[in-house]
Design a protein around this ligand. Structure first.
Ligand code: PLP
Length: 498
């Protein structure tokens, strides 16, 4: 139904496309290596061989020894496993974990949980470019420090930390180091031995591998407890039959790392061209990514005065896919903890977009994106209205001048009740039903989570509807922010659009 002039995927830090080689490898493994690697017969031995080859490939790509690699279900799981291993903890007298405040949510949320369990957690400040204050870290670290968490490269801004220095500080005091290397792998040379860390975490889907598989490096002799109990797999440290096809896909993706690293200069050229273009279009745009030494593919930009949720919907409508400062909680538009730790206000964080390129991003993609950004920033095309869940009160819901269109799937409608007086249809059918959509009313489009409605709203705008808006966060957001109204009026007087 909705046609894009061009499709430009600029959210490679959220996830990447799966390469043909990875797909091929995974299909082959699914076809012929379906045995359980823990069984003893031929087809199982095949699966076990795939697993061990993949372990070697991961070790090779990260500088680890094969026995130091544990496959997990994700990097989030791997981060959880390391951190939760320190709970019963505690080496005598060691009670504290120190972390940068700009870690991924799987680290920050786990640390908050550990805090609730009585662990001492300290966040060491970062400077305005997001670099860890090493002088401060030195002064915070002592004989009570169990672990320091410091990611190699940040997913939101691309800032790269001096992990070797962090390790040096930790070692002086007998503390261990966990480094989340998810965003660094494939973009920077990663060698866990050269870094000197005790634990490192990786994720396949950030390097053109499959989703749902991660890897954890545990330096020989470093303590680790299982997070999932119930099997001897992964040296007894991660129970559950291994997803061999995913693991093989991860290993295949690792084989392309040298090629990815060889193409970093070309990616950096596109990044620089993009930044120059942004500066030309919007001279007061603030670039939050570090001026020197950051990841070559990541650009975080604050467009003062432009809320990112509407901006993302506008770009989406034009086939350009980016995310806000933080992919986590983006539906509720929480300000990014990374940007606020760097000193940005909550408002500035909400006006920030992250563009993350890959080696597949072309100069044409960059030029097209700059054109569309320019249309939006110069207000050549006026955006559709954004209705926050808080605005969806009784006045708006029951106003004679409102016309609500619910484009959720049948499946979503079974999960949550719709807005009162709404008209249901599918996004695909909307085009054929325009004669039933009044032109003199305020059209409000709603979907389940706020992701699909903006596209439909922009479609209606394109069809000449002047007053069109969409519900930010969708029904999920409305229920969360207005539970009373949801319970009282949800599902009332719903009709089909016809
Ligand atoms: N760490 C960083 C820096 C990330 O960017 C991500 C993914 O967003 C993760 C960890 C989590 O990876 P996964 O999706 O495998 O859980």
């Amino acid at each position: 139904m909705f046609r894009f002039r061009r499709q430009v995927y600029l959210d490679n830090n959220a996830t990447t496309s799966v390469t043909p080689n990875v797909r091929k490898k995974m299909c082959a493994v699914l076809k012929s290596c379906y045995g359980n690697p823990s069984s003893r017969y031929f087809v199982a031995r095949n699966a076990a061989a795939v697993l061990e080859t993949a372990r070697n490939d991961l070790a090779c790509a990260t500088g680890a020894l094969p026995d130091e690699i544990i496959f997990t279900g994700s990097a989030s799981e791997a981060n959880n496993q390391v951190l939760k291993s320190f709970l019963p903890a505690a080496d005598a007298g060691r009670t504290t974990i120190i972390s940068s405040p700009i870690e991924h949510a799987s680290v920050i949320a786990t640390l908050e949980w550990l805090k609730g369990m009585g662990m001492m957690v300290i966040f060491c400040p970062v400077d305005s470019e997001g670099r860890l204050d090493l002088v401060r870290l030195e002064s915070l670290t002592d004989e009570r420090t169990l672990l320091i968490c410091c990611m190699f490269a940040n997913n939101e801004t691309g800032v790269v930390q001096d992990v070797s220095q962090v390790v040096e500080i930790a070692k002086k005091h007998g503390a261990r180091v966990l480094s989340d290397c998810v965003q660094a792998l494939g973009k920077l040379p990663v060698d866990v031995k050269a870094l000197g860390v005790d634990y490192a975490t990786f994720s396949a889907h950030k390097i053109h591998g499959p989703k749902g598989v991660g890897a954890l490096y545990v330096r020989q002799g470093s303590p680790l407890n299982p997070l999932i109990h119930g099997g001897h797999q992964e040296f007894g440290l991660r129970a559950g039959t291994e997803g061999i096809h995913n693991i093989a896909g991860f290993a295949e993706a690792c084989k392309a790392i040298p090629d990815m690293l060889a193409r970093t200069a070309a990616v950096a050229e596109n990044r620089d061209m993009f930044i120059q273009g942004v500066r030309r279009i919007q001279p007061d745009a603030a670039i939050n990514s570090p001026s020197q030494g950051g990841l070559q593919n990541t650009i975080s930009v604050t467009f003062s005065g432009f809320d990112n949720a509407g901006f993302i919907a506008f770009l989406d409508h034009h086939g350009i896919w980016v995310s806000a400062g933080s992919a986590c909680n983006s539906e509720l538009n929480e300000p990014s903890h990374v940007l606020t730790a760097m000193g940005l206000s909550a408002d500035a964080a909400r006006q920030t977009l992250r563009f993350s390129l890959s080696s597949e991003t072309s100069r044409k993609d960059i030029r097209y994106t700059l054109d569309i950004l320019s249309d939006y920033l110069q207000k050549r095309i006026s955006p559709v209205n954004m209705v926050s869940p808080a605005q969806l009160n009784e006045n708006l819901l029951f106003s004679e001048s409102s016309f609500v269109i619910d484009i959720r799937s049948k499946f979503d409608r079974k999960i949550l009740k719709g807005l009162p007086n709404s008209h249901e249809t599918s996004a695909a059918a909307l085009k054929k039903l325009l004669q039933h959509v009044p032109r003199d009313k305020n059209i409000v489009v709603v979907c389940q989570t706020g992701i699909d409605a903006p596209i439909a709203a922009y479609f209606l705008r394109g069809e000449g509807y002047k007053n069109v808006g969409f519900v930010m966060g969708g029904i999920v957001g409305w229920k969360l922010f207005q539970p009373g109204l949801y319970n009282k009026f949800g599902g009332m007087n719903i009709s089909q659009l016809e």
